[in-house]
Design a binder for this molecule. Structure first.
Ligand SMILES: Cc1cc2nc3c(=O)[nH]c(=O)nc-3n(C[C@H](O)[C@H](O)[C@H](O)COP(=O)(O)OP(=O)(O)OC[C@H]3O[C@@H](n4cnc5c(N)ncnc54)[C@H](O)[C@@H]3O)c2cc1C
Length: 493
């Protein structure tokens, strides 16, 4: 039986381990942290259980397919609830709009903000649906040669959707109101791109978010990781935590195993890295073997943004809150430019507010709520001292929460934790403390142009997760595990 070591127990690393074990490989997963999950980890303290990273589950078909490939049904094992509305979007002037999964209801909502916007919504969703259908053709495939990118028919159709325009500008052709332009353009931020720079192509994510449904697994996102760990056990996958890998050991141009920081050597026929890909090359591969990714190339790559997270346990429940919400600051452009262009601290951060106890009270003690706040921030290439800055951002977020949630919120906080760009760097080895994924997903870091899941310069070294294609986000890393498995099975079985 051929052996595989997977470095990293993120969602992509675990999915790859399960699929490869199911194919008959002997798999060992090593993670530096005490708990598996990586960016999709959890904090459990004082009766509160809060997902540390992802909270928005879209493209559920990628989750269903992962389990089907293992001969399992995810819906038999986990209890999914469909969220409706998908989001409540708050604006600076104390107004809000609810973006319902039901398109007719969403249309009524946008009409309240901009009379006549229902027609724009209909056109926007149809155009985004086309981009989604065409774009997915480039997502779910392995790349070897640039010709794999060639699909003249899809290319021509994509041109017809004006996918080459800037996302924010194109959204402006569907909605006149500044509020709706914000609400329908921000999604590219999750791929590490400002909507002012991102291609209009990326409205396909907005489509996936709004039209394909948003789901919540009871117990939170981490319940998926926990279930994957149960399956790993059933399949005989060995998972070792507190096992930081120091080096991928290469002999005669071939990966032969890994050396842990403890000095222990673990031999393997193949090595798969789920750790950030630029970090893997820079820190785990000896320089003499890095023909494809020397430091000079890694330095030139475009890195994604980071984020400041605040998790609050409060001794109250709030019937006026929705499960998912966003707050947009008045000057959207200034906020995004600070994060992506000038790399400075935003004056007034926009943020994502997740209140999972609205759907699942079991995540907090009786009569309590959990509030998760995520404010996108510049990554650590910005000269921001997070020791000094974190308390200021916390203060800004609490001030906004007093307007949205409860004027007396501070008196009700009974538990809190925060997570800064420094933590992403330290815990996950996230390059420049990037949050959602390391490499921003601009055109030249997507599909064929994104680092491939197989190292060209080192035999037997592979990649899975957000650093390779298709890219950032839970559904994408699950597809990445599928593509990797297809490749390894084709090459080694
Ligand atoms: C705050 C936040 C919010 C997000 N929101 C969403 C969302 O709502 N929806 C969505 O779909 N996605 C979201 N994402 C993105 C999503 O979580 C990630 O893209 C995805 O989870 C990345 O998974 P991965 O498999 O690439 O591995 P990662 O989660 O990046 O895990 C990599 C693992 O490698 C380990 N590792 C690193 N170096 C070593 C080493 N030397 N030795 C051993 N182990 C090592 C790390 O400890 C880590 O466990 C969010 C991310 C964050 C941080």
């Amino acid at each position: 039986m051929q052996s595989i070591v997977v470095i990293g127990a993120g969602m992509g690393g675990l999915a790859a381990a399960l699929r490869l074990a199911h194919q008959g490989f002997k798999v060992t997963v090593l993670d530096k942290q005490a708990r598996p999950g990586g960016r999709s980890s959890v904090i459990e303290e004082n009766g509160f259980r809060v997902d540390r990273g992802p909270t928005i589950l879209v493209m559920k078909s990628a989750f269903d397919e992962t389990y089907q490939a293992l001969g399992l049904d995810i819906n038999q094992r986990l209890d999914f609830v469909r969220l409706d509305p998908n989001y409540r979007v708050y604006f600076h002037d104390d107004t809000y709009v609810d973006l319902y999964a039901d398109i007719d209801r969403m249309a009524q909502e946008v009409e309240k903000i901009e009379p006549g916007a229902a027609r724009g919504l209909d056109r926007f969703l149809k155009a985004s649906e086309r981009k989604y259908a065409l774009g997915m053709d480039f997502v779910d495939r392995n790349y070897d040669h640039i010709t794999d990118l060639m699909n003249p028919a899809a290319g021509v159709k994509l041109l017809a959707t004006r996918s080459y325009e800037r996302l924010y500008d194109q959204v402006g052709s569907f909605f006149k109101s500044d509020k709706l332009q914000k609400a329908f353009s921000f999604h590219s931020m999750f791929l590490g791109l400002s909507p002012f720079d991102a291609l209009a192509m990326y409205s396909l994510i907005t489509y996936a978010d709004l039209a394909l449904g948003m789901w919540y697994p009871k117990g939170g996102i981490y319940s998926i990781i926990e279930d994957m760990l149960t399956i790993a056990d059933d399949l005989g996958v060995t998972i070792r935590t507190n096992a930081p890998v120091q080096q991928i050991v290469i002999e005669n141009g071939r990966a032969v195993g890994v050396r842990l920081e403890s000095g222990e050597f673990i031999a393997a026929d193949l090595v798969v890295s789920n750790a950030d890909l630029p970090y893997t090359y820079r820190c785990l591969v000896p320089p003499q073997y890095r023909r494809d990714y020397p430091d000079s190339r890694l330095d030139q790559m475009q890195y994604s943004c980071s984020g400041y997270l605040l998790y609050l346990g409060v001794d109250k429940t709030y019937s006026h809150l929705q499960h998912q919400a966003l707050y947009f600051s008045e000057d959207y452009r200034a906020n995004l430019d600070a994060i992506f262009a000038t790399k400075t601290l935003p004056d007034e951060p926009s943020f994502h507010l997740n209140v999972p106890t609205v759907t699942d009270p079991s995540l907090a003690p009786d009569g309590h709520s959990l509030l998760y706040l995520l404010a996108p921030m510049p990554n650590l290439t910005a000269p921001i001292d997070w020791q000094k800055t974190a308390p200021l951002v916390r203060e800004q977020l609490l001030t906004q929460l007093e307007r949205i949630v409860d004027p007396e919120l501070r008196q009700h906080i009974v538990w809190e934790r925060e997570y800064t760009p420094l933590d992403f760097q330290q815990d996950i080895n996230a390059v420049y403390g990037t949050a959602f994924g390391s490499l921003a997903q601009g055109f030249f870091q997507s599909a064929y142009f994104r680092p491939h899941n197989k190292a060209r310069d080192i035999e037997g070294l592979y990649f899975v997760g957000q650093g390779t294609y298709p890219g950032i986000g839970m559904p994408m890393v699950l597809i990445s595990a599928k593509l990797l498995t297809e490749r390894i099975v084709a090459e080694w079985l």
